[in-house]
Design a protein around this ligand. Structure first.
Ligand SMILES: Nc1ncnc2c1ncn2[C@@H]1O[C@H](COP(=O)(O)OP(=O)(O)OP(=O)(O)O)[C@@H](O)[C@H]1O
Length: 285
């Protein structure tokens, strides 16, 4: 169990804000955001906002561009055009580095170090020197508790289960108590209990520490756990709103059904109009 016991099924509230408050309350602002990879446009003129202190789910099928969008936000993606502001600065600004935590799909930890040694190492990279020693110790202890790895603190990372390794990776990202946490498919391969515990932790980070979370998933039932959703398909944003709003708009019972409804709607709009059937006259014999 994680340390946080909050119910993850907190139903989302729509977070629409007056325009004048938008800059203060917006963690990520994108306009005409386009990314080209290998000569292909994989993100096509996206426009969206991610509200601060909330959990925004980035959902869509495999290959729709979720990871590319996350890489653009954390500043590691090449060939990005358009506007992309993160925490009030252009994406990729070096001053954003300590303010953003990013966990990729592949846990990046050292197998031959223990959980604590991994965290000590990353903490030393972030805050080197003797003067920061007690600060490092405090943050390492805090994140080990956050991700519920206290009992495994002295285990080698190479001997952890898949779920424990992803939690260690998450702990590394939490070291600097980031304002924005970008998590690429953090629950893939986890059993239902661990998934629930992780979502509890996400909600606690948003509610208690005001952290903004952007969490990608292609599992639609996770949509219900987010305050706000960006539904993506083929490099575009199909819909943007709370799960309630999307369900109401489509008349669907679940976020998954709402997504499928929106896909059908988009396909119908994109389809070229069928030419009117004309009856050709029988040729004169
Ligand atoms: N180096 C590359 N060159 C060309 N196209 C690429 C490259 N890397 C990714 N793509 C394409 O970009 C698109 C978006 O990929 P991305 O990894 O962002 O999708 P995703 O939604 O995160 O997928 P998944 O859920 O499977 O991780 C895909 O169609 C992919 O084939």
């Amino acid at each position: 169990m994680m340390n946080y016991g909050r119910d993850p099924a907190v139903q989302a509230q729509d977070t629409a804000l007056p325009a004048q408050d938008a800059a203060v309350h917006t963690a990520v602002h994108a306009q005409d955001l386009t990314v080209v990879r290998g000569g292909r446009t994989v993100l096509d003129a996206l426009r969206f906002d991610v509200p601060r202190g909330r959990i925004t789910g980035l959902l869509g099928p495999s290959g729709c561009g979720k990871s590319t969008l996350m890489r653009a936000i954390v500043g590691t993606q090449a060939k990005v055009t358009g506007t992309l502001d993160v925490l009030g600065r252009p994406a990729g600004d070096p001053r954003l580095r300590p303010r953003i935590g990013y966990v990729t799909q592949d846990p990046s930890v050292y197998d031959d170090l223990t959980v604590r040694q991994n965290l000590d190492y990353f903490a030393a990279v972030l805050h080197p020197g003797r003067a920061a020693r007690s600060r490092r110790r405090e943050s390492v202890t805090r994140v080990i508790e956050d991700v519920d790895l206290s009992r495994h603190a002295d285990a080698l990372a190479g001997n952890l289960s898949g779920g424990q390794r992803s939690r260690l990776s998450l702990a590394v990202a939490l070291l600097d108590a980031p304002e924005l946490l970008v998590l690429d498919e953090p629950t893939v391969g986890l059993d239902p209990v661990l998934r629930r515990d992780l979502w509890n932790l996400f909600h606690a980070l948003a509610a208690d520490r005001g952290t903004t979370l952007l969490v990608s998933s292609h599992v639609m039932d996770e949509a219900e756990r987010c305050h706000r959703l960006l539904l993506m398909r083929e490099g575009r944003i199909l819909a943007d709103g709370s799960p309630d709003t999307l369900r109401e708009r489509t008349g669907a019972a679940t976020a998954e059904a709402a997504f499928l409804h929106l896909v059908d709607e988009a396909d119908a709009t994109a389809r070229p109009p069928q030419p009117a059937r004309t009856t050709t006259e029988e040729p004169a014999r």
